[in-house]
Structures are given as C-alpha cells and as structure tokens.
Design a protein around this ligand. Structure first.
Ligand code: NAD
Length: 713
C-alpha cells in the first residue's frame, strides 16, 4: 500500500499499474469533501515520485463511483469572497491537472453514478470504462452553480461544445449507452470484468496500440474546429438560457464559458471557468437551490427516523373514488401496493379506473411502461361497492365528500371492519383531524393524510397529527407516503394544516389588493415574474373558486383576527355568480379547451363588472409593493406556524411551500425569502400597511427576532 487515508488508498496491481481507490470511510457513497480533496493532493504527490506505467482510478463503493462534491459543505464555501473561491478552485484544479499530466496512460472505472465533481475527476483520465449502470453528468446548474473543476473545459473537448452545453445547462444524467455513443465512455463492461478490462486497456496503451498521449494533448489544447459547432448553436443556446437567466444565471454562464474557452488552452479556459463558478456561487439563487437540496435531504432523514421500525403497508384502501380517491388508488398501485377503492356509486368507480387507465396509457406511450406492466398495475386496484374485503387492508384513506357528518359516519363504519391495530386516515383539506377523531373508538389509530391535486404529480403529503394520534400511526402514514414515492411532512392539527394555512393569507393579500383597485392581471404578471408558476387569480381558478371560497370561510372562522373581512369578498361574489374557475370554464379568466384537451385562458372584460363594484380605493402601486403585499402575509403566517409548532423547523415550512404550492425554488421558501430581505426591511413594510390590519402585523416572536438580530436559518 503506497497510501492509505480515510478517503483514498493507493496500491499497485499485479501487472505493475498504480490504482487509486476512492472509498470514503463510514459513508455508503463517495463524495468529494474537504478531507477527500486534501488526500487526493497527497496521493498525487506520491504518484509524482513513482515510476508510473499506467493508472486506474476506481471506487471502493458498490453504490457507485463518485456522486460529486459534498453539498453539505457548499454553504460554507459560498461565504468566501469571489477571490477566495477562485483560489480554492485553482488549488483543486492543480491536483486534477496534476493527475491528467502524469506521464502514463490513465483509466477511470465507472461503476455507477459519476456526477459533477465525480465526473470531472473521471474526465481527467484518458479513458473511461463504465458498467451498464454507469451514469455520468454535470448537474451543477440544478444547484445554481456550474462545473468548476474543469467540467466545461474537458467535456466540450471530449464530446463537442454543443453536447457539453446540452448536458451541463440541462443538468442531464446520461446513461451508459448514450455516454458511449457520444464518446464520454470508451466501453461498457460487466461490473465483474471492469478492473480486468481497465488493465487490458492500459496494457494496450503501454504497447502503443492506443494514442493516449493524443487524448491528453486534445484536452489541453483549444477545441478542434470540428468540435466548435457553428456560432449559431452557441447563440441559440444562449437565447434560450437568457429567457430564464434573471432567476437562474448559471446555464448562461456555462454557455459563455464554453464559447469563450473553446479558443483557449486548458489552463486558460480553466481560469475562465473558475471565475464564472465563483460568480454563480455568490448568487442568491445558488444559496437557495443548495438550501432546497439540503432541505430535501433533511425531509428524507426525518422520514427515515419515523419509519425505521415500521412495517411496510401491504394492502391499502381508499374510500371514495373521486378526483382524490382515484388519484391515491392509482399512486398506490403504480408504486406496488395493492389497494381497494370503495365508492357508493358504480359510475364513480368506472371514472376512477378510467382515470388510472388514462395515466398508465400515457406511460406506455412514452415507453416508460410495458403493456404487461400496465395490466399488472391495474390489477392491483380492486374497485368495490362493498366493505367485503376490508379486513385484509392495513391502511385506509378516506377521501369522500368534504362534509364532517358524512366523513364521521363513514370513518366509524370502517373502524368496525378493520383490525384493532390497523390505521384509519382522512384526506380532508379543511376539517380538523382531532374533530373527526371524536367519532372513533380508537382515535390513536387515526391521522390526516393530505395529498395534493393532481396526486400523481404533486410530491407533498401532509401527515396530520391529531390530539390523540399515536406515534406508531404517524410512522405508518409516513411509511405509506414514502412507499407511494411521495415526500411526507408531519404537521400538527390546525385549520388549513401547514400549506393551506399559509396559502390563504397570501390569497387575502390578493383580495385586499383588488379592493385597492389593482388589476388582477397585473398582480398575476408580477407574481409570475417573481417566480410563482401561476399568479394568485390564475391559481384560484385552477384550485376552484368554490373550493377556495369554502376553505377561505373556514380559515376566517379559525383565525378571524387576520383572515376574516367583515364584508363580502370577491371570492363570495365570484362564487355566487357561479364562476367556479377552470372546472366550469369561468373564473377570473375564461377557459376554452384546445385541440390537445388543455384549457387555454383568456380574459373576458365582463369579469370586471363583478370586480369593479368591489373596489374601494384606487391606488398607484409599484411591482415591488405588489410583491410585498402578497408575500408579507405569507411570511408572517409561515412564522406563526413555526411559533405554534405546527412543524418543528423552518426547513419543513419552506419545503412544504415548495412541494405543495410550487414556491419558486430559487427563493427556497417564505422564511428563507424573509431572511434574504431581512426582518428590519420587512418590518418597515409591515408598518406601512397597518391600515389593512393584523394580516400585515409582525408577531411578538418576529419582533423579538428582529430585536435580537436573528434569522430563520
Ligand atoms: P369528489 O367529489 O371528486 O369525490 C368524492 C367521492 O366520494 C365521490 O366519488 C363520491 O361518490 C364518494 N362518496 C361519497 N360518499 C361516500 C361514502 N359514504 N362511501 C364511499 N364513497 C363515497 O371529491 P374529491 O375532490 O376527490 O375530494 C375528496 C376529499 O379529498 C375531500 O375531503 C376533499 O376536501 C379532499 N381533498 C380534495 C382536493 C382536491 O383538490 N380535490 C385536494 C386535497 C384534498
């Protein structure tokens, strides 16, 4: 053994080749953390003193090659100044270049994921062999940064500028076959043969059969002319990236760096890349996207803690085959858990099955599913009008009409039919879980499981803990949600739970703006530019104005100090005029179904006949103020949810908004957004809106935070 550290070992093979083994101690996967980077420098120093014939770079982990740089260290790096960051990058590039410049042929053996920095290290080798499960890529732009350890420089020289741009700007994960086709891999071999194949390759290189020196030279030189695609391809890609560059600047930087670096040598191009990396790393977008990544990891860890000693759900059941029940049954079946779907109307059961069939057919058309597999998934849903088979289910989700009496009746009926240790839950969006539990004999076995519509697409499930819900029940609900491929967040019972409780103050901000004579189209435009997938008027149309109106009255009752109006709101007016939104083609906007069956929105000025009488003032307002008047109520309610311990952490609040509402990821959630603006700035806005009332008033907790100069993160 020539070197042995906690990340790297350096050995010699029987054939006399050197072998670097990346095997990070106490971790299931390899990532480049600070220790690994330091050790790699030490390994290089040893190699530079050795007499080298050939070098293998391998992973000691069966889980894959190298997943990239250690994201948990990123926020620390981002605190450096741009100059310090460039220096840090340069120090890593010196090691990577040092490996590339070793005077012997070099092969990377890629046995799985080789992403970001994990692909960049493989690119320093002259050849790359992969197993069939090798997956390569430069997904850094997903985190708001760009490749910084030579990725843009080496990949463009290897596969051409246009493909390098495509891979890096789209943060693509590229499977072995495609990587081979484009030249990013030199061969695909079985895992068992990987090392032997690497050695054969080295032997051939040593014997002069393979032009490995030309490969090194090509990577160090400006891009070959045939690999610089026409200037048009750069400009086309740039135009696309510019469309989103205000909020996501990294893709444009990637294109610029590849374009400018194409005419430079490796070392010159690396300098450009390092500078562009430092620029991206200092953006708010990068900080927020990394926060979102860490938030996602945190939720996974919390879910894992809940389910550690929980048995999988073997057989589920849904009550109600409507929009939600049908969606949940589909989701359960398509992720492998058989499910009973019970309704009182046969036509609803048909509707539920047809919906599932439609979704699966799309998968088959996209070749993501075979017709046989589709048959198997459908067979996992058992539509039924009776309770006959309920004794075999271990988790029941009630999704019947939103009516307390009906729900309580149905829940107690089912409680008598399932085993005493089985779990009962409700998908209610507005009824208190503690209240529903009152009709039950075993309230400890009951909780809320709140899916979002459409179930197959929305990643979040709120798991609601009622006053009497047991820990085991929560764990089982978390388990079922994870089994269905969803991200669960456990929340304590309150009106609106977490997400809707925070959404409605935002809608109220919208209603107050309308009262002040601000046009709903303008508000939508501003909020969409801010980053929301749709503005509030459009969102209300999609949710359903009838649903919004109902929920808003419940929220007003629960939190009258800040969520009631004391007069008819525009939601009531629209509801009474039967403008229910997209579902009946009439809302703030009007909708026509296009050839593809998609609703297209347009404005009919007639809607202003309803809105105008509602207007009380006519104010002049800037875009910035519209944003504040929409966002501040959301921020304050987010803070209240933390203060009231609806969830435990700011991360859960923010991730709930991201996954449940589509909060702009580059802003990472309401509380992160509050931190980025600063509480003192927000306080100024808050004070200028006191005439509107409590909706804009800081809580005591926020005032205290302000005094102590605290942040949510
Ligand atoms: P829906 O009207 O589409 O479906 C309700 C179904 O329940 C109907 O098929 C009806 O026939 C059936 N049903 C009524 N009484 C029944 C009984 N006694 N036994 C069995 N089935 C019965 O409603 P939905 O939109 O699917 O909503 C269902 C639940 O999910 C509600 O509590 C709602 O608040 C909640 N929810 C809805 C949404 C949404 O966006 N639609 C989102 C989250 C939660």
């Amino acid at each position: 053994m020539l070197y042995s550290g906690s990340a790297f070992r350096l050995e010699k093979t029987g054939e006399g080749f050197h072998k670097i083994i990346f095997d990070l101690k106490d971790q299931s996967a390899n990532v480049f953390n600070a220790v690994a980077l330091t050790e790699l420098g030490e390994v290089l120093a040893v190699l530079q003193k050795e007499n080298l014939k050939g070098l293998l770079f391998t992973s000691g982990k069966p889980s894959g090659f190298v997943f990239g740089a250690d994201v948990t260290e990123f926020l620390g790096h981002f605190k450096k100044s741009e100059a310090q960051m460039v220096e840090w990058i340069n120090s890593i590039n010196r090691v990577f270049n040092g490996l590339e410049d070793l005077a012997c042929p070099k092969v990377a053996l890629i046995n799985g994921f080789s992403l970001g920095g994990g692909f960049e290290i493989a690119l320093t080798m002259d050849y790359r062999l992969g197993t069939p499960k090798a997956t390569v890529g430069l997904p850094e732009t997903k985190l708001g940064i760009m490749p910084g350890w030579g990725g843009t420089v080496r990949l463009s020289r290897l596969i051409g500028a246009d493909f390098a741009i495509e891979w890096a700007t789209m943060a693509k994960y590229v499977k072995a076959e495609e990587a081979l086709k484009l030249g990013a891999l030199d061969g695909i071999v079985d895992e068992k043969e990987l090392e032997a194949s690497g050695i054969t390759l080295l032997q051939r290189a040593v014997q002069g059969e393979l032009p490995w020196k030309d490969r090194v030279q090509a990577k160090k030189s400006p891009l070959k002319l045939d690999k610089i695609e026409s200037i048009m391809s750069f400009e086309g890609a740039k135009a696309m990236a510019m469309g989103m560059s205000a909020n996501y600047p990294a893709p444009l930087k990637v294109i610029e760096v590849i374009q400018q670096g194409a005419r430079l040598t490796r070392d010159e191009a690396l300098k450009l890349e390092a500078q562009a990396f430092a620029f991206c790393a200092k953006t708010k977008t990068a900080e927020c996207l990394v926060q979102v990544f860490l938030g996602d990891q945190y939720l996974k860890k919390v879910a894992k803690n809940h389910t550690q000693s929980t048995a999988p759900v073997k057989h589920g059941a849904v009550l109600g085959a409507g929009i939600m029940g049908g969606g949940i049954a589909y989701q359960s079946a398509s992720t492998g858990t058989p499910v009973l779907m019970k309704d009182i109307k046969p036509e609803q059961l048909d509707l539920g099955m047809n919906e599932a069939t439609k979704l699966l057919t799309k998968e088959v058309e996209k070749k993501k599913l075979t017709p046989e597999k589709m048959g198997k998934v459908l067979a996992k849903i058992t539509p039924t009008l009776s309770y006959g088979d309920f004794s075999q289910t271990d988790f029941v989700i009630e999704a019947v009409v939103e009516n307390t009496k009906v729900k309580q009746a149905v829940l107690s009926e089912v409680e008598g039919l399932i085993g005493p240790d089985k779990i009962l839950s409700s998908n209610t969006s507005t009824i208190s879980i503690t209240e529903l539990a009152k009709s039950l004999k075993r309230p400890e076995n009951f909780c809320g499981v709140h899916f979002f519509n459409p179930v197959h697409r929305m990643p979040l499930v709120e798991i609601i803990r009622g006053e009497k819900t047991s820990k085991e029940t929560i764990s089982s609900a978390v388990q079922y949600a994870v089994q269905m491929g969803k991200t669960p967040i456990v929340v304590n019972d309150c009106a609106g739970f977490l997400v809707n409780r925070i959404l409605f103050p935002y809608f109220n901000g919208f209603i107050h703006l309308l009262r002040d004579g601000v046009d709903f189209q303008k508000i939508d435009k501003v909020m969409e530019k801010f980053g929301w997938p749709m503005g509030p008027a459009y969102l209300l149309d999609v949710v359903g104005i009838d649903t919004g109106h109902h929920a808003s009255s419940i929220m007003a009752k629960a939190f009258p100090d800040r969520m009631s109006f004391g007069e008819k709101t525009i939601l009531e007016i629209m509801y009474e005029a039967k403008r229910f939104g997209q579902k009946n083609g009439l809302g703030f906007y009007e909708y026509e179904i296009d050839k593809k069956g998609k609703p297209v929105k347009k404005v009919n000025p007639k809607v202003y006949d309803l809105i105008t009488p509602f207007v009380k003032n006519k104010i002049e307002i800037s875009d910035e103020e519209i944003i504040m008047r929409m966002m501040l109520p959301m921020i304050i309610e987010s803070s209240r949810c933390l203060e009231d311990k609806i969830v435990e952490t700011a991360t859960e609040v923010d991730m709930g908004l991201l996954l449940g509402l589509g909060f702009p990821p580059f802003r990472a959630g309401a509380l992160k957004y509050a931190d980025s603006i600063g509480l003192s700035q927000l306080k100024k806005f808050s004070e200028s809106y006191t005439r509107i009332g409590k909706l804009y008033e800081f809580t005591d907790y926020m005032n205290q935070m302000l005094k102590e100069n605290k942040t949510y993160y």
